[in-house]
Design a protein around this ligand. Structure first.
Ligand SMILES: Nc1ncnc2c1ncn2[C@@H]1O[C@H](COP(=O)(O)OP(=O)(O)O)[C@@H](O)[C@H]1O
Ligand SMILES: [Mg+2]
Length: 234
Protein backbone atom coordinates (compact mmCIF):
# COMPACT_ATOMS: atom_id res chain seq x y z
CA UNK A 1 0.00 0.00 0.00
CA UNK A 2 2.65 2.52 -1.01
CA UNK A 3 1.48 6.09 -1.54
CA UNK A 4 4.66 6.98 -3.32
CA UNK A 5 3.73 6.24 -6.89
CA UNK A 6 1.91 8.11 -9.65
CA UNK A 7 -0.13 6.38 -12.31
CA UNK A 8 -1.63 8.08 -15.38
CA UNK A 9 -4.10 5.90 -17.22
CA UNK A 10 -5.07 7.14 -20.71
CA UNK A 11 -5.36 10.76 -19.56
CA UNK A 12 -6.92 13.18 -22.01
CA UNK A 13 -7.22 16.84 -21.17
CA UNK A 14 -8.87 19.64 -23.11
CA UNK A 15 -8.44 23.25 -21.98
CA UNK A 16 -11.63 25.36 -21.77
CA UNK A 17 -10.77 26.99 -25.12
CA UNK A 18 -11.13 23.57 -26.78
CA UNK A 19 -7.40 22.81 -27.16
CA UNK A 20 -6.64 19.15 -26.44
CA UNK A 21 -3.29 19.31 -24.62
CA UNK A 22 -3.13 15.67 -23.50
CA UNK A 23 -4.13 12.93 -25.92
CA UNK A 24 -4.02 9.70 -23.92
CA UNK A 25 -1.07 9.86 -21.53
CA UNK A 26 -0.22 6.70 -19.59
CA UNK A 27 2.74 5.95 -17.33
CA UNK A 28 3.57 4.53 -13.92
CA UNK A 29 6.22 6.09 -11.73
CA UNK A 30 7.03 3.79 -8.84
CA UNK A 31 8.22 4.41 -5.32
CA UNK A 32 11.58 6.15 -5.12
CA UNK A 33 12.03 6.63 -8.87
CA UNK A 34 13.38 9.95 -10.12
CA UNK A 35 11.94 10.66 -13.56
CA UNK A 36 12.64 13.50 -15.99
CA UNK A 37 9.76 14.68 -18.17
CA UNK A 38 11.26 15.96 -21.42
CA UNK A 39 9.62 17.70 -24.35
CA UNK A 40 9.68 20.85 -26.43
CA UNK A 41 7.79 23.99 -25.44
CA UNK A 42 4.07 23.36 -25.66
CA UNK A 43 4.43 19.55 -25.60
CA UNK A 44 2.24 19.25 -22.52
CA UNK A 45 4.76 18.88 -19.67
CA UNK A 46 3.22 21.48 -17.34
CA UNK A 47 -0.25 20.16 -18.13
CA UNK A 48 0.88 16.68 -17.05
CA UNK A 49 2.39 18.03 -13.83
CA UNK A 50 -0.75 19.98 -12.95
CA UNK A 51 -2.67 16.69 -13.07
CA UNK A 52 -0.44 15.05 -10.42
CA UNK A 53 -2.02 17.01 -7.58
CA UNK A 54 -5.42 17.79 -9.02
CA UNK A 55 -4.82 21.41 -10.07
CA UNK A 56 -6.20 20.08 -13.34
CA UNK A 57 -8.50 17.05 -13.61
CA UNK A 58 -8.56 14.76 -16.67
CA UNK A 59 -11.29 15.27 -19.26
CA UNK A 60 -11.14 11.46 -19.46
CA UNK A 61 -8.86 8.80 -17.99
CA UNK A 62 -7.54 8.60 -14.42
CA UNK A 63 -4.66 9.78 -12.29
CA UNK A 64 -3.79 7.82 -9.14
CA UNK A 65 -1.39 8.79 -6.41
CA UNK A 66 -0.57 5.56 -4.67
CA UNK A 67 -3.87 3.78 -4.30
CA UNK A 68 -5.80 7.05 -4.19
CA UNK A 69 -7.64 8.25 -7.31
CA UNK A 70 -7.22 12.02 -7.74
CA UNK A 71 -10.73 13.44 -7.38
CA UNK A 72 -12.24 16.54 -5.79
CA UNK A 73 -12.88 14.49 -2.64
CA UNK A 74 -9.31 13.24 -2.28
CA UNK A 75 -7.59 16.58 -3.00
CA UNK A 76 -6.54 17.33 0.61
CA UNK A 77 -4.75 14.00 1.02
CA UNK A 78 -3.33 14.07 -2.52
CA UNK A 79 -1.89 17.54 -1.93
CA UNK A 80 -0.19 16.38 1.25
CA UNK A 81 1.49 13.57 -0.69
CA UNK A 82 2.40 15.46 -3.86
CA UNK A 83 4.50 18.58 -3.39
CA UNK A 84 4.45 20.80 -6.48
CA UNK A 85 7.18 23.33 -7.18
CA UNK A 86 5.95 25.71 -9.87
CA UNK A 87 8.17 27.04 -12.63
CA UNK A 88 7.81 30.59 -11.35
CA UNK A 89 8.66 30.94 -7.64
CA UNK A 90 6.49 34.07 -7.47
CA UNK A 91 3.45 31.80 -7.94
CA UNK A 92 4.39 30.04 -4.70
CA UNK A 93 5.31 32.96 -2.42
CA UNK A 94 2.66 35.33 -1.15
CA UNK A 95 3.21 36.00 2.57
CA UNK A 96 5.14 38.87 4.13
CA UNK A 97 8.02 36.75 5.40
CA UNK A 98 9.79 33.60 4.29
CA UNK A 99 8.89 31.79 7.53
CA UNK A 100 5.18 32.52 7.06
CA UNK A 101 5.31 31.14 3.54
CA UNK A 102 7.10 27.97 4.70
CA UNK A 103 4.68 27.59 7.64
CA UNK A 104 1.60 28.06 5.43
CA UNK A 105 1.25 24.43 4.27
CA UNK A 106 1.85 22.81 7.69
CA UNK A 107 -0.59 25.28 9.34
CA UNK A 108 -3.19 24.40 6.71
CA UNK A 109 -2.68 20.74 7.57
CA UNK A 110 -3.78 21.60 11.12
CA UNK A 111 -0.45 20.79 12.77
CA UNK A 112 0.30 22.28 16.18
CA UNK A 113 2.66 25.22 16.67
CA UNK A 114 5.67 23.21 17.81
CA UNK A 115 5.42 20.83 14.86
CA UNK A 116 4.95 23.71 12.41
CA UNK A 117 8.05 25.36 13.83
CA UNK A 118 10.07 22.14 13.60
CA UNK A 119 9.07 21.79 9.96
CA UNK A 120 9.91 25.39 9.11
CA UNK A 121 13.37 25.02 10.65
CA UNK A 122 13.97 21.69 8.94
CA UNK A 123 12.68 22.78 5.49
CA UNK A 124 14.71 25.99 5.51
CA UNK A 125 17.78 24.09 6.63
CA UNK A 126 17.41 21.49 3.90
CA UNK A 127 17.43 24.22 1.21
CA UNK A 128 20.22 26.21 2.90
CA UNK A 129 17.93 29.18 3.59
CA UNK A 130 17.82 29.35 7.40
CA UNK A 131 19.34 32.84 7.26
CA UNK A 132 16.43 34.06 5.09
CA UNK A 133 13.75 33.14 7.65
CA UNK A 134 12.59 36.67 8.52
CA UNK A 135 13.16 38.20 5.09
CA UNK A 136 10.48 39.29 2.64
CA UNK A 137 10.16 36.67 -0.12
CA UNK A 138 9.78 39.43 -2.67
CA UNK A 139 13.20 40.92 -2.00
CA UNK A 140 15.24 37.80 -2.66
CA UNK A 141 17.43 36.85 -5.60
CA UNK A 142 16.08 34.38 -8.16
CA UNK A 143 18.06 31.52 -6.64
CA UNK A 144 17.01 32.37 -3.08
CA UNK A 145 13.36 32.60 -4.15
CA UNK A 146 13.57 29.22 -5.81
CA UNK A 147 15.07 27.61 -2.70
CA UNK A 148 12.40 29.18 -0.48
CA UNK A 149 9.67 28.03 -2.89
CA UNK A 150 11.05 24.50 -2.59
CA UNK A 151 11.05 24.85 1.22
CA UNK A 152 7.34 25.78 1.17
CA UNK A 153 6.74 22.37 -0.40
CA UNK A 154 9.24 20.35 1.68
CA UNK A 155 7.66 21.66 4.90
CA UNK A 156 4.61 19.54 4.07
CA UNK A 157 6.91 16.50 4.01
CA UNK A 158 5.55 15.21 0.69
CA UNK A 159 6.24 11.66 -0.43
CA UNK A 160 6.37 12.77 -4.07
CA UNK A 161 8.13 15.89 -5.34
CA UNK A 162 6.99 17.36 -8.66
CA UNK A 163 8.99 20.21 -10.18
CA UNK A 164 8.35 22.30 -13.29
CA UNK A 165 11.57 23.51 -14.94
CA UNK A 166 13.34 23.89 -11.58
CA UNK A 167 16.54 25.35 -13.02
CA UNK A 168 15.03 27.68 -15.63
CA UNK A 169 16.56 31.16 -15.31
CA UNK A 170 18.95 30.20 -12.49
CA UNK A 171 22.67 30.92 -12.54
CA UNK A 172 25.14 28.06 -12.21
CA UNK A 173 25.48 28.31 -8.44
CA UNK A 174 21.71 28.38 -7.86
CA UNK A 175 21.31 25.51 -10.31
CA UNK A 176 23.89 23.50 -8.35
CA UNK A 177 22.02 24.20 -5.11
CA UNK A 178 18.68 23.08 -6.57
CA UNK A 179 20.37 19.96 -7.89
CA UNK A 180 21.75 19.13 -4.43
CA UNK A 181 18.34 19.71 -2.80
CA UNK A 182 16.71 17.24 -5.19
CA UNK A 183 19.50 14.73 -4.56
CA UNK A 184 18.86 14.88 -0.83
CA UNK A 185 15.13 14.17 -1.34
CA UNK A 186 14.98 10.41 -1.10
CA UNK A 187 11.47 9.80 -2.39
CA UNK A 188 9.72 9.82 -5.75
CA UNK A 189 10.44 12.79 -8.06
CA UNK A 190 8.97 13.92 -11.37
CA UNK A 191 10.88 16.80 -12.95
CA UNK A 192 9.89 18.59 -16.16
CA UNK A 193 13.03 20.10 -17.61
CA UNK A 194 14.84 21.35 -20.69
CA UNK A 195 18.09 20.88 -18.85
CA UNK A 196 19.30 17.53 -20.16
CA UNK A 197 22.43 17.62 -17.97
CA UNK A 198 20.18 18.04 -14.94
CA UNK A 199 17.97 15.18 -16.09
CA UNK A 200 21.03 12.95 -16.47
CA UNK A 201 22.44 13.91 -13.10
CA UNK A 202 19.24 13.54 -11.08
CA UNK A 203 17.09 10.99 -12.83
CA UNK A 204 17.46 7.37 -13.79
CA UNK A 205 14.52 7.44 -16.19
CA UNK A 206 13.08 9.89 -18.73
CA UNK A 207 9.67 10.18 -20.34
CA UNK A 208 9.41 12.23 -23.53
CA UNK A 209 6.16 13.93 -24.37
CA UNK A 210 5.35 15.44 -27.77
CA UNK A 211 2.07 17.01 -28.79
CA UNK A 212 0.27 15.62 -25.74
CA UNK A 213 1.48 12.04 -26.14
CA UNK A 214 4.21 9.95 -24.53
CA UNK A 215 6.66 9.16 -27.35
CA UNK A 216 9.52 7.61 -25.36
CA UNK A 217 10.05 6.20 -21.88
CA UNK A 218 13.18 4.48 -20.58
CA UNK A 219 16.68 4.88 -19.13
CA UNK A 220 17.67 8.55 -19.00
CA UNK A 221 21.01 8.21 -20.83
CA UNK A 222 19.49 6.58 -23.87
CA UNK A 223 16.24 8.55 -23.95
CA UNK A 224 17.85 11.96 -23.44
CA UNK A 225 20.47 11.26 -26.13
CA UNK A 226 17.74 10.25 -28.60
CA UNK A 227 15.74 13.34 -27.65
CA UNK A 228 18.74 15.60 -28.21
CA UNK A 229 19.50 13.97 -31.55
CA UNK A 230 15.88 14.25 -32.68
CA UNK A 231 15.96 18.02 -32.09
CA UNK A 232 19.39 18.66 -33.61
CA UNK A 233 18.70 16.51 -36.68
CA UNK A 234 15.27 17.88 -37.53
N1 LIG B 1 -4.70 27.69 -20.01
C1 LIG B 1 -4.54 27.22 -21.24
N2 LIG B 1 -5.53 27.36 -22.16
C2 LIG B 1 -5.40 26.86 -23.40
N3 LIG B 1 -4.31 26.20 -23.85
C3 LIG B 1 -3.30 26.05 -22.99
C4 LIG B 1 -3.35 26.55 -21.64
N4 LIG B 1 -2.19 26.23 -21.02
C5 LIG B 1 -1.45 25.59 -21.94
N5 LIG B 1 -2.10 25.47 -23.11
C6 LIG B 1 -1.63 24.80 -24.34
O1 LIG B 1 -1.45 23.42 -24.06
C7 LIG B 1 -0.28 22.93 -24.70
C8 LIG B 1 0.63 22.32 -23.66
O2 LIG B 1 1.09 23.35 -22.79
P1 LIG B 1 2.08 23.07 -21.57
O3 LIG B 1 1.58 21.91 -20.81
O4 LIG B 1 2.23 24.36 -20.86
O5 LIG B 1 3.41 22.67 -22.35
P2 LIG B 1 4.93 22.62 -21.83
O6 LIG B 1 4.92 22.74 -20.34
O7 LIG B 1 5.45 21.31 -22.33
O8 LIG B 1 5.63 23.77 -22.49
C9 LIG B 1 0.33 24.12 -25.44
O9 LIG B 1 -0.05 24.07 -26.78
C10 LIG B 1 -0.27 25.32 -24.74
O10 LIG B 1 -0.36 26.41 -25.63
MG1 LIG C 1 5.78 24.13 -19.11
Amino acid sequence: MSHHYIRFNDVHFTYPNGYEALKGVSFLITHGEKVALLGLNGAGKSTVLLHTNGLLMPTSGEVNVGDIPVTKKTLPIVRQSVGMVFQNADDQLFMLTVEEDVAFGPLNMGLDGAEVDRRVVSALESVGASDLRTRSPFRLSGGQKKRVAIATVLSMEPSILVMDEPTAELDLEARRQVCDIVKSFHHTCLIATHDLALARELCERAIVIADGRVVADGPVAEISADFERSIICR
